[in-house]
Design a protein around this ligand. Structure first.
Ligand SMILES: NC(=O)c1ccc[n+]([C@@H]2O[C@H](COP(=O)([O-])OP(=O)(O)OC[C@H]3O[C@@H](n4cnc5c(N)ncnc54)[C@H](O)[C@@H]3O)[C@@H](O)[C@H]2O)c1
Length: 256
């Protein structure tokens, strides 16, 4: 058994962290003593999560970034490196939904969802992996979803989230020898604006939507962003050093 030591201060990059699950992950990583780079779209408002981290004495900065844009990603990682130490933790959390039944789904709806989840995770991971290899330590955690199992109205999102799992296992296989792990977390129903948008799209009151979802969840409750953040932070820490290429559901037992 190894002795428990306080973790060293590290630089963690969390995409899509202005709100929702990403904000909960950013806050938790900051409260663990890491310097946190909050990456999100220029129009997003990260003031609430930044204030929460600052009030708790943590360290975080916002970097406006579209993860689908190669030049933007390169600029952001340079700026993070100029502000903090090089990133050794990356959480690919940015996400969108453009739900529609297949026969109505436009090519733009297909491509935008694939781009944020897959192209985004690829560009971000490629931008930080050399630094992690050089440092001999790295943690990459990717957000998949129980929808990766297939979900009506989500051909684009299900394909993207299943793709995230293949990407995760490949990065794990390639980077393991350098002390870099890569794992995926699959949330089920988590109370965020994304979930509320799903209810809106279905034209269902959120309370009705939640009650219906809850009946399908063994633990009989919708999850909180912090439930996901706790698992992500475990995988991003020293205690998860012998876990790589795994997919962990955080779904109250809901399997998709
Ligand atoms: N909420 C759920 O029930 C649920 C379930 C399974 C998986 N997930 C996944 O968890 C992650 C977080 O979801 P959430 O519920 O917090 O969503 P959310 O919509 O509340 O937040 C997503 C964030 O990603 C940002 N983002 C979108 N496109 C971006 C881009 N191109 N570049 C940078 N940032 C971008 C948004 O601005 C937003 O701040 C997503 O990957 C999502 O697919 C969520």
């Amino acid at each position: 058994m190894t002795d428990a030591h306080p973790a060293p201060r590290r630089t963690a990059v969390v995409t899509g962290a202005a709100r929702g699950i990403g904000a909960a992950i950013a806050a938790r990583l900051a409260l663990q003593g890491n310097d946190v780079a909050i990456l999100d779209l220029p129009r997003s408002d990260a003031s609430a999560v930044l204030a929460r981290i600052e009030q708790a004495g943590g360290s975080a900065r916002f970097f406006a970034t579209d993860v689908t844009d190669e030049a933007d990603v390169a600029r952001a990682i340079d700026a993070v490196g100029a502000t903090f130490d090089p990133p050794s933790i990356l959480v690919n959390n940015a996400g969108i939904t453009r739900d529609s039944l297949l026969f109505k789904m436009s090519l733009a709806e297909w491509e935008s969802v694939i781009a944020v989840h897959l192209r985004g995770a690829f560009l971000m991971t490629r931008a930080v992996e050399a630094g992690m290899r050089a440092g001999g330590w790295g943690r990459i955690v990717n957000l998949s979803s129980t929808s990766a199992e297939g979900n009506r109205g989500q051909a684009n999102y299900s394909a993207a989230k299943a793709g995230v799992v293949g990407f995760t296992r490949t990065v794990a296989a390639e980077l393991g020898r350098y002390g870099v792990t890569c794992n995926a977390v699959a949330p089920g129903f988590i109370d965020t604006e994304m979930l509320r948008a799903t209810a809106d799209r279905l034209n269902v009151d959120f309370e009705v939507f939640s009650a219906d979802a809850t009946a399908r969840i063994p633990l009989r409750t919708i999850g909180r962003p912090d439930d996901v953040a706790a698992t992500v932070c475990f995988l991003a820490g020293d205690d998860a050093q012998y876990i790589t290429g795994e997919l962990i559901r955080v779904s109250g037992g809901f399997r998709g």
